[in-house]
Write a protein that binds this ligand. Structure first.
Ligand SMILES: Cc1cc2nc3c(=O)[nH]c(=O)nc-3n(C[C@H](O)[C@H](O)[C@H](O)COP(=O)(O)O)c2cc1C
Length: 329
């Protein structure tokens, strides 16, 4: 029987258990790793999870007004070394999550040029973007690759491409947001191209042995959203090219917090169809339930975000009580 505290090697990365802190964006004034952030990660790194995925991190300076981590130039490398050194002191892995925000501008940034696959108003931010040209698409792919290399230089143990939650990359997969008539829109072969090419650019920059993960939506929660078949296609294409893990997410904000896991069936299908290591994120609250999923599906890892915000030490508590049946938290 598999247990949540099995030590595993996820394509080269040694993990002391199957718990992963899912990304939580850390608002900082200027993208830097400040004392407050270090305090948050110090606590998380001692809390028991095998790996921490950072909050989303900007790859492009033109999005610099967004108050989150950044790796869009070399000056951030030293800054991130403080973070990776601190987390490594606890024997924990840290994965840098990379994002191009596009039109999902929280708080709005009116008057700025916002790019998206198509000029479709964002359902959450209400911002209306401009369709990205092929030249701009190629530039953004290069920015992801450069930021990934900086993450590697800064000591991160891997990167995760943020292609979920209706940010720029996620929108390419979603028919509602992607109305393009060129080879980045239309069929799933075309809609997946942006993600696949971004992955390829990153892989070329960081080399074969550096972990590259991706987070995708399997369910957008609105009409003309991404379908499971779309995700299976994207997963298979990424698998062929050596992606190391796929984290499964979707319309988590619409779900009652303790009603999960939200995307278990889709994650199981991805595990079966792609053979890639799958991280199931969203609504994981019950130790027994996660153990059952682990032993009855191909899902191998469990991402937790809000539970660790409330109780950074939760995984240690699970460990101490692993033989007891725990109540859902
Ligand atoms: C405050 C907050 C910030 C978040 N920031 C990110 C982020 O930067 N990147 C990301 O992929 N998901 C982000 N998420 C989503 C989580 O990673 C996760 O997918 C979601 O919270 C569902 O998991 P949970 O039920 O364990 O909280 C955030 C969630 C919260 C509550």
């Amino acid at each position: 029987m598999k247990t949540l505290f099995d030590a595993t090697i996820l394509n080269g990365l040694s993990l002391k258990n199957r718990f992963i802190r899912a990304a939580v964006g850390e608002k900082t004034a200027d993208g830097t790793v400040n004392e407050h952030i270090l305090g948050v990660y110090r606590e998380l790194s001692k809390g028991g999870a095998g790996a921490l995925i950072t909050g989303f991190t900007l790859v492009d300076e033109t999005e610099r007004l967004y108050p989150i981590f950044a790796l869009y130039n070399d000056t951030f490398i030293e800054d991130h070394k403080k973070l990776t050194t601190l987390v490594h002191e606890s024997g924990v892995n840290i994965i840098s999550q990379l994002v191009y925000v596009g039109s999902w501008v929280i708080g709005g940034r009116h008057g700025e040029v916002l790019l998206a696959p198509s000029a479709v108003k964002h359902l959450r931010s209400n911002a209306t973007p401009r369709e990205a040209s092929v030249g701009e698409i190629k530039t953004i792919q290069r920015k992801f690759a450069e930021a990934a290399l900086r993450a590697k230089k800064a000591g991160h143990d891997g990167v995760e491409i943020h292609a979920a939650h209706w940010f720029f990359l996620s929108q390419f997969l979603t028919p509602y947001y992607n109305r393009r008539a060129d080879h980045y829109g239309g069929s799933i072969e075309n809609r997946a191209r942006m993600l696949v090419e971004t992955y390829e650019a990153i892989r070329e920059a960081v080399g074969a042995n550096f972990p590259v993960w991706v987070k995708i939506n399997v369910n957008d929660g609105f009409d003309m959203g991404v379908s499971l078949e779309d995700c299976l296609y994207a997963g298979r294409e990424l698998s062929k090219r050596g992606i190391d893990a796929i984290e499964i997410s979707g319309d988590w904000m619409e779900r009652p917090e303790n009603s999960g896991p939200f995307f278990g069936n889709e994650a199981e299908a991805l595990a079966t169809e792609t053979g890639v290591s799958i991280i199931l994120t969203g609504g994981n609250r019950d130790f027994k339930n996660m153990t059952e999923i682990l032993n009855s599906t191909g899902i191998a890892y469990f991402g937790l975000a809000r539970p660790l915000m409330k109780e950074p030490n939760l995984i240690n508590r699970f460990f101490e009580n692993a033989n007891n049946s725990l109540e859902p938290v």
